[in-house]
Design a protein around this ligand. Structure first.
Ligand SMILES: [Zn+2]
Length: 508
């Protein structure tokens, strides 16, 4: 087995060297000085007495207050965008989806786009190591089917921008980027183009698998009517006598999945599509895309491109109890395997450097040991959001919005939402203490269900069968689970409590 690297020098640099390399870059790129021009940081850094010239290492960073998504939103509201930009010129503004209200707009300079391009180079080579997983450049082309979210979620336009990067890097291959709201047409077209690679959200991939299973006979019949061949007749007959699997129609060689954790879908995707799926992580704020290697043992976090820290779960709770508290973090390479917390990053971006940016993505450290692929960068798994955004598969909503909706439910005292799965499908159970107990329980539950489905994009997700119908339960007392500061937990992820349902990858 030959492992290929895009940039072997940086990808395989010993960990200790990597750490000092990124500390050196922090100084040489003058990131702190550049960031201090932005009104995003100025006020809070001045209050904390931060002198940018004194920040040269992981240890120094600890003196700087954390910045999070709300800080960016507030800064965008308060200031002229130009007062947040740290470079001479901007080439592109990228926006987040704005689940919790206002989208965040992030500027990128030419240097940032060049950096992202380098990361696409690494990305393309990450799957090397198995006979089926050669990079596009080695295979000499082939089509990639990429499912995106609708505009303006620019993060999700990554397959399209990556295709441009691929052109600039002269990686061969074609891309079919498709908005998942037009999935049906897209699938019929893709059947004809026979893409070899697949980029999607895991839940969308499995929905594709379900739709294909249901629609394959019709599609095969249509093809047969258009032009009769023996192969097509056989294909048609096959769809009649056995349960069609997407792997029979779309012979993908590999697929990369992001936007939600791959883990609960892994087995189902493997069964449906016949390849070992890869896990990827990207965000609009943080430049570059990261993914797992052919070992599939966690996403490699590029330590030469950022200084990465872990904000442990107990520290997150302390911060919730007291927003002024300066929490203690651990450099990610010092965290124990299995340790969980928020990912905090400092990068060297030109237009919008992140300095101790708390992503609010809860991650689990897999290992900081050198990987079997030869790469030395620590490996992590992305679990879910740690702020007031709730992930239910691909669907997201804010707890604040849900609270507002539920306030109108008659007699509702306290509630708790449990987010779990049945098979790979996300499922929510809303438990409610209601007093007085409603005379018409069924009607009350129906109304509560409507209120729940009205937040975020739950309705769309439910209508498109990306999540199962939420269950509403009226209980006499909630099973109390409290935070460090004693507050009742509003949302309980069953994967956190170990009460996760079966992961049998049921394909309906
Ligand atoms: Zn690896």
């Amino acid at each position: 087995m030959v492992v290929q690297y895009y940039d072997p020098f940086h990808e395989c640099m010993p960990l200790a060297e990597l750490v000092s390399y990124s500390e050196r870059r922090l100084v040489e790129t003058r990131t702190m000085e550049r960031a201090s021009r932005s009104l995003l940081y100025q006020e809070r850094w001045a209050t904390a007495g931060v002198l940018p010239s004194e920040i040269c290492s992981y240890a120094d960073l600890r003196r700087i207050p954390l910045t999070n998504g709300s800080h960016i939103r507030q800064a965008l509201e308060r200031f002229d965008p130009q007062q947040l930009v740290c470079s001479e010129s901007v080439r592109l503004w990228a926006s987040t989806s704005g689940t919790t209200g206002m989208p965040k707009w992030i500027p990128r300079a030419d240097e940032d786009l060049a950096f992202s391009r380098e990361m696409i180079g690494r990305f393309a080579y990450m799957g090397t190591g198995g006979p089926k997983e050669l990079p596009v450049g080695v295979l000499g082309g082939g089509a990639t089917l990429g499912f995106n979210a609708p505009a303006p979620a620019v993060t999700d336009a990554l397959p399209a921008t990556s295709a441009l990067d691929g052109m600039l890097l002269q990686l061969p291959g074609e891309t079919i980027p498709i908005n998942y709201t037009e999935a049906e047409d897209a699938l019929l077209f893709s059947l004809r183009r026979k893409p070899q690679y697949f980029v999607a959200f895991p839940s969308i991939a499995m929905r594709v698998a379900e739709v294909l299973g249901a629609q394959a006979p019709a599609a095969a019949r249509r093809e047969l009517a258009e032009r009769f061949t023996l192969t097509r007749l056989l294909a048609y007959l096959v769809t009649r006598v056995k349960k069609i699997r997407p792997r029979d129609l779309l012979p993908f060689q590999w697929g990369v999945f992001s936007g939600e954790p791959l883990e609960p879908y892994r087995q189902a995707i493997r069964q449906a599509f016949g390849f070992e799926p890869s896990d990827a992580y990207a965000s609009t704020e943080f430049l570059g895309m990261m993914r797992d290697c052919f070992r599939h043992e966690g996403i490699h976090l590029w330590l030469d491109c950022c200084l990465a820290e872990l904000l442990p779960e107990e520290e997150i709770e302390r911060t919730e109890a007291n927003p002024e508290y300066l929490p203690r973090t651990i450099p990610i390479w010092k965290a124990d395997p299995g340790q969980r917390g928020d990912l905090v990053v400092t990068n060297f971006a030109q237009a919008f450097p992140l300095v101790r940016y708390r992503t609010s993505d809860l991650v689990q450290v897999v290992s900081a040991q050198c990987c079997a692929c030869g790469r030395t960068h620590p490996r992590i798994r992305i679990l879910h959001r740690s702020d007031d955004v709730v992930n239910v598969g691909i669907a997201r909503f804010s707890i604040v919005d849900l609270q507002q909706q539920l306030e109108g439910a008659p007699g509702l005292q306290r509630w708790q939402l449990r987010v779990g799965r049945t098979g790979y499908k996300p499922r929510m159970v809303l438990q409610a203490e209601v007093s007085p107990r409603p005379a018409e329980e069924a009607a009350w539950k129906k109304q509560a269900l409507e209120r729940l489905l009205s937040v975020g994009d739950l309705r769309v997700a439910f209508d498109n069968r990306l999540i199962l119908e939420p269950i509403i339960e009226i209980v006499s007392a909630l099973a109390e689970q409290r935070t460090y500061s004693g507050k009742l937990r509003r949302v309980i992820y069953e994967e956190d409590t170990g009460s996760q349902g079966g992961n049998d990858g049921t394909l309906n």
